[in-house]
Ligand binder design. Structure first.
Ligand code: LLP
Length: 426
């Protein structure tokens, strides 16, 4: 459930009419709901109840400082994949001791900084990374807590670009090799084995792949146990899907209940702290992208609604052919309904937010693209020299600008002209 609803024909975010946000802040503009983020985070912590757990929000889904700060205040940990994400978490008041560091290409300086601030765990994705981490830790006189990200080779049945737990994906250590790599980790001087980790994909709408992955990890854990290698936590990644278009993904409660039941069947399961790294299921439906219709362009074969947000602002439709609901913000106008491709200003045929949408709209009307709180702003670019949109958080009957719209001048900040006279013949 989220807190974006119509009241007397106008779309509200919590107690705030989105027409007001658009009029005062302009469009395109992302709007997030504090109550929705809170609710989605709590769905996980409540589902896990008294079983020891830590919810490490996947920063990549939406890394705005206000979002991170809100989750930190609720007690969340964080899953990061870069130094930039680590510094964001720290700037937002996140606790480094609750941070797990994923990603296939961690550089030495990133490892060093994470060791310096004392993160909870490195999710190591390959043998050479393990060796690099041990060397960096030794050099700094530290011991790095590690988990191996095991690739369990299960088909998550999701879009090929966002499946991560198959043999063919670049992520993790093959389940068949993991035992050997764990033995290496236990021997390396700069490391302490603390966990086991996997992430099989994103936008999963079934429980079965999660349970298959867990089964494979439990077999591995048993074998590790026999060899005297024990872990404190089991990190099952993120991946729980959200309803974009009538999907009915499992709720955190059912997800947690099935996993806990399976875990209880393993004799050491009760003592394992469970970590989840949810991104999308916390943030996606806690955000919308507001955009205004510039022109309606009727055509022989297609009608276009040309809006002021483009693929540079929200790339999911273009990149993954993702479907996100597009709805009018103010339904009090009387309009004729027609079927439109909703397209942006970017000079690319692939620049669309939605295709063949039936909408009763006119030029100047406001639209909201739903489910835009995750993988929205974070994937925005300046393509076509377009400043990135503002971000706003509604909170009850107030709203706060949590990121200013970029200025045109900021587009070339850091660029410079060639020195005069440097070109031959000048
Ligand atoms: N942990 C790791 C190691 C991940 O790679 C990811 C997402 C997550 C956690 C969070 O997964 P979530 O709960 O959000 O499913 N840009 C794509 C999604 C890419 C997800 C990649 N990894 C999209 O817009 O659909």
């Amino acid at each position: 459930m989220d807190h974006f609803e119509y009241r007397d024909g106008v779309l509200y975010g919590e107690e705030v009419p989105l027409t007001q946000v658009a009029d005062e802040i302009g469009t395109p503009c992302y709007v997030y709901s504090r109550a929705t983020l809170t609710r989605h985070y709590r769905a996980y912590t409540e589902a896990l109840g008294s079983h020891p757990h830590l919810i490490c929000y996947a920063v990549k889904a939406n890394s705005n400082l206000a979002v991170l700060n809100l989750l930190a205040r609720l007690g969340a940990g964080f899953d990061i994949v870069s130094l930039g994400e680590l510094e964001r978490v720290l700037a937002a008041g996140g606790d480094p001791a609750k941070v797990v560091f994923s990603g296939v290409a961690k550089q030495e300086h990133e490892m060093a900084r994470a060791l310096e601030v004392g993160i909870k765990c490195f999710n190591v994705e390959s043998r050479p990374e393990l060796e690099r981490l041990s060397a960096v830790a030794e050099r700094l006189g530290k011991v790095a807590p590690v988990s191996l990200r095991v690739n369990p080779d299960v088909d998550a049945g999701t879009h090929p670009y966002i499946s991560t737990g198959l043999k063919d994906n670049k992520f993790g250590i093959a389940v068949g090799e993991a035992l050997e790599v764990y033995e290496l980790a236990a021997r390396l001087p700069g490391l302490k084995v603390v966990g086991i980790d996997c992430h099989i994909g994103s936008q999963l709408t079934e429980l079965a792949p999660f349970l298959d992955a867990l089964d494979r990890l439990l077999v591995l854990l048993e074998r590790l146990h026999e060899r005297g290698i024990s872990v404190e936590h089991l990190d099952l990644g993120g991946g729980l899907g959200v309803p974009y278009r009538g999907e009915r993904p499992p709720q955190p409660f059912d997800y947690a209940a099935s996993l806990l039941e399976r875990l209880a069947q393993w004799k050491h399961g009760e003592n394992l702290t469970l970590l989840f790294e949810p991104g999308r299921s916390i943030a996606a439906n806690a955000g919308v992208l507001l955009t205004r219709v510039e022109f309606l362009k009727p055509g022989e074969t297609k009608n276009f609604a040309i809006v002021d947000a483009g693929m540079n602002d929200l790339i999911r439709p273009s990149l993954y052919q993702a479907w996100q609901a597009i709805i009018p913000v103010d339904t009090r106008h009387v309009r004729e309904s027609a079927v439109y491709d909703v397209v942006g200003p970017v000079c690319e045929t692939g620049d669309f937010l939605g295709k063949e949408r039936e909408l009763a709209i006119g030029a100047g009307d406001l639209l909201a693209v739903r489910s835009a709180g995750a993988y929205g702003f974070v994937m925005a670019s300046n393509y076509n020299s377009r400043p990135r949109p503002a971000e706003v958080m509604v909170d009850g009957d107030a709203y706060h600008v949590v990121r200013q719209r970029e200025s045109v001048e900021s587009l070339w900040a850091g660029e410079s002209l060639l020195p005069r006279g440097a070109a031959p013949g000048e």
